[in-house]
Write a protein that binds this ligand. Structure first.
Ligand code: ARG
Length: 584
């Protein structure tokens, strides 16, 4: 159990004694890390919250609780301010837990006691449209949520819901038949299809007669024309190959690739069912879902405020011409996941602009009586240094492949400067780990809802909250062990005394708290900030406390602190899909 949950239990016992019947039945006191370490390691405002309800003086209640708690093997409690209870953990207790961590592969991270079957829908680029830097966020965050959830014991299914059935195929089909450069297609299928799409798009603007021709190709595809279906299939196949190359470089994989087209046959029956149940109705020839009045207007995803009045914004699920929409496909997809995968949680890692779409989808599910942990894990945009959407010099969206290539090239320069004597093969591998790590960490260290500026120099810097800094910290720890040539044996007891040792021990013990809360809130930046703190604490410790020059119990303790720091850094970054080089 983590330290705050143990403290919370002890606190609950004392509160029960102090308040008796007045303690609400399911009350669980919150214990959180203190912002200011001068006041202790953890704090609780439970006495203040309860005093209000019990109509007693908060400080008096806190005093009583602190007396009841007394001094334990784990901590001492103190009162602060109007009734906060502060806990100071004893160094000996940290030391004791650390000896247990030395033989714990999970480094104190407990498995969840409520395992879910969780589908994570992420990346999901569109065929014949480039996977651009904006897809970075979904791809990296989604992958990390999957890794975290698996590590915590959930059953995770990752699904790449690619956009493989859009109107873009009208132009692509015509372009494929009339313009395609087969050599280019071999070389870079994603770019080749994009080029075709762009050219046809431009031609359509010049020549009005072309658009209907393209539309006719689309209609033929939709009605099952064999030639067009074969071309369409080939487009998907080459795109998948191209995408897989990128995902491989990133170390990311999917359990399924059920794109939009996988649900084509389910759309018509779904709309009929929603009509029959009275959840959807016809409006101006289209089939729509309107508000059922369940929510307050300000929380209702089917209403917007217009000129001081609430106006309907229905979800359209079938157009007047019979065509289906993005929303229809997402409803069918949700059905499939809940029925075939038995999913009780589905998380969509998709940009913030699709917020209304997902709110409507989840609300339609509520109307149908389908419940689950459905979440839109939204995120902001990536900006250039000019604070405008990140673009190339020529104004195009930046392709993900270009970002990867540049990151690795830049990382190679950093490695060259730092360790020019490293064998070439190792250099190349480390450049890959550092470059890709830098892109990932720059993403994961951000609050996902905020926009962030894509800044090469910052993300590749060897100082600050960057992957190279954390990788370099790991390398420094490992180099200590290289000097003693593996002669470290985990000791049975440790003695922690110095402030820098205590702080490092405190952070090592916190890892088991941070990992689950990172997943609870889908906020990788919590773990990122923690790992950065840990690395900084390690450096301060290493400056203040000689390791190899110390002796006896002190040396054993310090080596154990080094060992655990390295393990936590490696495992924590591993949960981010970032590899740690042994040297750099
Ligand atoms: N293809 C979509 C896009 O690029 C993202 C799909 C997200 N997943 C979903 N189930 N809607 O915007």
């Amino acid at each position: 159990m983590t330290i705050p949950s143990l403290l919370s239990q002890q606190l609950l016992g004392a509160l029960k004694q102090a308040l008796g019947e007045q303690l609400p039945a399911d009350f669980m006191p919150a214990v959180t890390p203190s912002q200011d370490l001068r006041f202790g390691d953890y704090q609780s405002n439970a006495a203040m919250m309860l005093a209000k309800q019990a109509r007693c003086n908060p400080r008096a209640l806190a005093t009583q609780v602190v007396d009841l708690l007394g001094e334990t093997e784990m901590a001492t409690a103190e009162i602060a301010g109007p009734g906060f209870i502060n806990f100071r953990i004893k160094p000996a207790y940290y030391a004791e837990r650390m000896t247990a961590l030395l033989s714990d592969e999970r480094l104190g991270v407990a498995l969840t006691d409520k395992p879910k079957t969780l589908v994570i829908d992420f990346s999901a680029p569109n065929v014949a449209k480039p996977m651009h830097v904006g897809h970075i966020r979904s791809t990296i965050i989604g992958d990390v949520l999957g890794r975290l959830a698996r590590f915590l014991g959930h059953k995770v299914i990752t699904d790449n819901h690619i956009g493989d059935w859009g109107t873009q195929f009208g132009m692509i089909l015509w372009g494929w038949k009339n313009l395609l450069d087969k050599d280019e297609l071999e070389k870079d299928p994603i770019e080749a299809l994009l080029a075709v799409y762009k050219t046809v798009n431009a031609k359509c603007k010049e020549d009005e007669s072309l658009l209907p021709v393209c539309k006719a190709e689309l209609v033929k595809l939709q009605s099952g024309d064999e030639e067009n279906l074969a071309i369409w299939k080939q487009c998907i196949a080459v795109t998948k190959t191209g995408l897989e190359k990128i995902y491989n470089q990133l170390g990311i994989s999917f359990d399924y690739w059920l794109g939009e087209s996988a649900y084509n046959d389910a759309l018509a029956p779904l709309v009929d069912d929603l009509l029959a149940k009275g959840i959807a109705r016809e409006s101006e020839g289209a089939v729509c879902v309107f508000s059922d009045g369940f929510h307050k207007p300000q929380d209702d995803p089917f209403l917007v405020q217009k000129d001081g009045e609430w106006a309907p914004v229905p979800a359209i699920i079938r157009k007047a011409d019979g065509g289906f929409l993005y929303a229809t496909t997402d409803l069918a997809t949700l059905d499939y996941r809940t029925q075939n995968f038995n999913a009780d949680a589905i998380w969509y890692v998709v940009g913030a602009p699709q917020e209304k779409h997902f709110k409507q989808i989840f609300d339609i599910e509520r109307m149908r009586g389908v419940t689950g942990d459905f979440r839109h894990v939204a995120f902001g945009s990536i900006l250039g240094k000019d604070r405008r959407p990140f673009k190339t010099r020529s104004g195009d969206t930046v392709s993900l492949q270009d970002v990867i290539d540049e990151a690795v090239t830049r990382a190679a320069k950093v490695i060259e400067e730092k360790s020019s004597d490293m064998p070439a093969e190792e250099k190349a591998l480390v450049a890959q780990q550092v470059g890709i790590g830098a892109i990932k960490f720059a993403e994961l260290s951000q609050n996902r809802m905020s926009d962030y500026i894509f800044d090469w120099d910052k993300m590749l810097a060897l100082t600050g909250d960057t992957a190279p800094y954390l990788q370099n910290s790991y390398v420094r720890v490992r180099s200590i062990f290289r000097k003693i040539e593996g002669a470290f044996q985990a000791p049975d007891t440790l003695t922690i005394t110095e402030p820098a040792e205590i702080h490092l021990a405190r952070l090592i013990n916190r890892y088991g708290e941070v990992v689950p809360s990172t997943l609870d809130d889908c906020r990788p930046n919590l773990l990122a900030a923690y790992l950065y703190e840990l690395a900084k604490a390690f450096h301060s410790f290493y400056e203040a406390c000689p390791v190899l020059k110390s002796e006896g119990k002190m040396r054993e303790t310090r080596l154990a602190l080094c060992e655990l720091t390295a393990r936590v850094l490696k495992q924590g970054m591993g949960l981010f899909g970032i590899n740690m080089p042994d040297r750099m």
